[in-house]
Design a protein around this ligand. Structure first.
Ligand SMILES: NC(=O)c1ccc[n+]([C@@H]2O[C@H](COP(=O)([O-])OP(=O)(O)OC[C@H]3O[C@@H](n4cnc5c(N)ncnc54)[C@H](O)[C@@H]3O)[C@@H](O)[C@H]2O)c1
Length: 365
């Protein structure tokens, strides 16, 4: 048997060709990982983070995160099929994601970039290395969309968005997928040019009317579904802006005043252990600072999706979803793109080694 090993390399362009920008597919992959999370069929250690100061410096000087996980699915094959959630994953991977907040303004480069490695389930040797920026942004929008599907009022029309950059775009598409009745998006970005560009480029693909507004308050006050996805380091979302029945996905970290969580009837996160471990999200800071009791955290979204917890029981409830971002979502979505690429014959095979023992004879002083 040949001992040589090759992995498939997928560039960003390959990921697009393999369906990486298909929000419908991303939503299925992310709902799959939420479901398996709810069933406990995953392994996901707390993510190590390199930062040059305290948690708040992530928005000013950046961070580097490593996000390893294993995701199963085999025991739930039939249920996954019944729910139309692709199939089992049964493998492990890691996303390496550095982010520099000044990249867009200073270099015209994205704030966050990423590489993802997926291993062969039997040997645990890499079988795929891919760009992770698309997967990462798509899975974040998809997570908000899946949460909205389960927690927003299903007839919601107005979507309020703050932050019109990369995540703003995937939030818009994820929300539209999760709540198809949404037809107006009111968007605010501190950089008006960014908001205008967003409105021009996103109206057609989202099938929504997009209105650029002059303040976060104008974007959020009337909204039935909200996303905040900025790099703000000072909170601005106030409790009195929340309409009855609102669903708010806060994917960034500092937008909402901790006190505003007091008016929430339900607070879901993606993984409370991870949220506490990272120590940045508003839900954790509200608990840490004694603004709300820990018992006010309703649970992990996967528990709702897998049927262990209840969600909205009244149209008037205000509900927050505060995800830290899970490695299993990256793995599930990357696995979907990898499978597509293999089927379509996309990507470049790169040799890892021809003979794994050869170097042993070459060690020298
Ligand atoms: N929870 C998750 O799973 C997850 C995943 C990915 C990214 N994120 C977070 O999403 C956020 C956005 O990511 P991105 O890649 O789009 O970043 P980005 O730097 O490309 O864009 C941030 C946008 O926010 C705007 N902005 C900054 N301060 C603002 C303010 N006070 N009011 C309104 N707009 C403001 C900027 O002008 C910019 O357009 C980051 O904080 C990132 O850490 C979260």
């Amino acid at each position: 048997m040949s001992k040589k090993w090759e992995f498939l390399y997928l560039s960003q362009e390959d990921c697009i060709t393999a369906g990486g920008t298909d929000m419908g597919g991303a939503v299925k992959a992310v709902e799959r990982s939420f479901f398996l999370h709810g069933k406990g069929d995953f392994i996901q250690p707390g993510k190590p983070v390199i930062r040059w100061g305290g948690p708040e410096t992530e928005e000013t000087t950046g961070r580097i995160m490593s996000m390893p996980s294993w995701l199963g699915g085999e025991p739930y094959r039939e249920e996954l099929e019944k729910r139309d959630l692709l199939g089992p994953v049964n493998t492990a991977g890691i996303k390496f994601i550095p982010a520099r907040p000044w990249n867009p303004q200073k270099y015209g480069l994205p704030r966050a970039n990423a590489l993802i490695i997926i291993v062969d389930p039997e040997t645990l040797i890499p079988s795929c290395v891919m760009d992770g920026a698309i997967v990462s942004a798509m899975r974040t929008g998809a997570a908000a969309g899946v949460a909205a599907k389960y927690l927003a009022n299903p007839d919601s029309k107005i979507f309020g968005l703050v932050g019109a950059s990369v995540q703003g775009r995937t939030q818009l598409m994820g929300m539209k997928k999760g709540v198809p009745s949404l037809d107006i998006c009111r968007v605010y970005d501190i950089n008006k040019k960014t908001a205008k560009k967003f409105a021009k480029e996103m109206a057609e693909c989202s099938q929504m009317r997009i209105e650029v507004v002059d303040s976060a308050e104008a974007a959020l006050r009337e909204a039935e579904v909200i996303s905040t996805a900025t790099i703000a380091s000072t909170p601005y979302v106030k409790a009195e802006w929340y309409k009855e029945g609102v669903f708010h996905a806060e994917s960034s970290f500092w937008d909402t005043h901790t006190e505003a969580l007091q008016v929430m009837d339900l607070i879901f996160v993606d993984d409370w252990f991870q949220v506490k471990h990272h120590g940045v999200d508003v839900s954790w800071r509200a608990v840490r600072d004694g603004i709300i009791e820990e018992s006010r955290i309703t649970g992990n979204l996967g528990e709702l999706i897998s049927g262990a917890k209840k969600g909205r029981t009244d149209q008037k409830q205000r509900i927050l979803f505060n995800p830290i971002g899970l490695a299993i979502h990256d793995l599930s979505e990357a696995h979907r793109v990898f499978q597509n690429a293999k089927q379509m014959g996309i990507g470049r095979k790169i040799r890892l080694f021809k003979n794994p023992d050869a170097w042993l004879k070459k060690i020298h002083l």
